[in-house]
Design a protein around this ligand. Structure first.
Ligand SMILES: NC(=O)c1ccc[n+]([C@@H]2O[C@H](COP(=O)([O-])OP(=O)(O)OC[C@H]3O[C@@H](n4cnc5c(N)ncnc54)[C@H](O)[C@@H]3O)[C@@H](O)[C@H]2O)c1
Length: 354
């Protein structure tokens, strides 16, 4: 029995972490500072995983199934490669353990459906790690948009252009199908736009692997149609020297040096809004392109969305809150994201159910 798990569950929320790679360590680091969540165990088959767990004095398991056998766990964070999400997720559900599944929910729609159905049948809470939904900037933007500030949304332009270091691609699965910049990065922007503007009903896209030459794309250009009639464009590239992406602009994690730029531009019939800086542009008097536009800027207190996501995970696991990004939500985001690949392959628009 793990001594860290013997703490009373009313005072703390012991979570197991499966996968101690890049994002797993970010979750671990935040769990260690969290007063509502307690990191009870780590599973990762590698030596690096073991060394990491030992360095923070957390019990380690090579096989995640052994972690799942530990009594007292309140939930599990799954941060393993995409292709393992279904099998690991199903094992957590079989143990009745609430699940924070890193994005994408799975890398195939049929598998995502299987995971959601299993969680629903077992009554196990399942949420997907689209952490931006927990950012105070996004929560403010969503309430402004839902409050009608933009009027009818008409257009959105988003960028996710930056440079991943060559060493990122030393990890084999980062070069392989299912782990290109579309499924790794663009999926966050698609989720964000769905969260703010509603369902995506049509996708057209081009992808390219011209610079890195890997099996996966390094660049994509995407057109979106939303159920509310708005149209969008998104550019994504992990081989571009540029600051225009959410992570550098929003400063969600300290290892991305924050840049004073916007990455998302939303406009409607009454106003336009930029993210993450929350610049608001509208007419105070007469309307029209020859008239003066007013520019306002909201300076928010910053919040760490990964930290807030952990608080939310506990509340979801305990039935106190509905998931901000449920399994089904993560699955719809995956469908719109995979439509990018399909449209690029078929050179035709892909329609999605509203
Ligand atoms: N939310 C975000 O912003 C964000 C950021 C990065 C990655 N991710 C997602 O998190 C997941 C992991 O990505 P990463 O970049 O951390 O990958 P990574 O390769 O750095 O780490 C994955 C870890 O999982 C371990 N692992 C593999 N199989 C395992 C198993 N069966 N049991 C236990 N551990 C296992 C590996 O040893 C490795 O340490 C992916 O799904 C990725 O899409 C999310």
């Amino acid at each position: 029995m793990l001594n860290r798990m013997t703490r009373p569950t009313t005072a703390t929320f012991p979570v197991g972490l499966i996968g101690a790679g890049a994002i797993g360590r970010m979750h671990a680091e935040r769990c260690l500072r969290h007063d509502r969540v307690h990191l009870a165990a780590i599973a990762d088959p590698t030596d690096a995983g073991r060394v990491f767990a030992e360095s923070i004095d957390v019990p380690w398991f090579a096989d995640y199934r052994a972690l799942l056998q530990q009594p007292g766990l309140g939930g599990v964070i799954v941060a393993t490669p995409n292709a393992t999400h279904l099998s690991v997720g199903l094992d957590c559900i079989r143990r009745g353990l609430p699940l924070l599944m890193e994005k994408p929910i799975t890398d195939k729609l049929t598998e995502g459906e299987q995971l959601c159905a299993a969680a629903e049948a077992a009554g196990v809470p399942l949420m997907v790690g689209h952490q931006r939904r927990n950012n105070p900037i996004i929560r403010r933007a969503k309430s402004l948009i839902e409050g009608g500030l933009l009027g009818r949304p008409v257009s959105v332009n988003a960028m996710a252009t930056w440079l991943k270091p060559d060493s990122y691609f030393d990890v084999a699965w980062h070069r392989e199908k299912g782990a290109g910049t579309v499924l790794i990065n663009l999926i966050h922007d698609i989720d964000l736009l769905r969260h703010l503007l509603g369902e995506i009903t049509e996708v057209q896209a081009m992808t390219s692997n011209a610079v890195r030459g890997f099996e996966v794309e390094d660049t994509a250009a995407v057109l979106l149609r939303f159920a509310n009639g708005a149209l969008g464009t998104v550019s994504v590239s992990d081989t571009a020297v540029a600051p225009w992406n959410w992570d550098l602009a929003a400063g969600e994690a300290a290892h991305y040096p924050q840049q004073p730029v916007n990455s998302h531009f939303l406009s409607g019939t009454e106003a336009s809004l930029t993210l993450p800086r929350l610049d608001l542009w509208r007419y105070r008097g007469k309307r029209g392109w020859h008239e003066e536009l007013t520019h306002e800027h909201a300076a928010l207190h910053l919040g760490d969305p990964y930290f807030e996501q952990l608080r939310h995970f506990r509340a979801v696991a305990e039935g106190a809150e509905a998931p901000r990004c449920s399994g089904r939500d993560g699955l719809r985001t995956l469908a719109a994201t995979l439509a990018v690949h399909e449209s690029a392959r078929t050179q035709a628009p892909v329609r999605l159910a509203a």
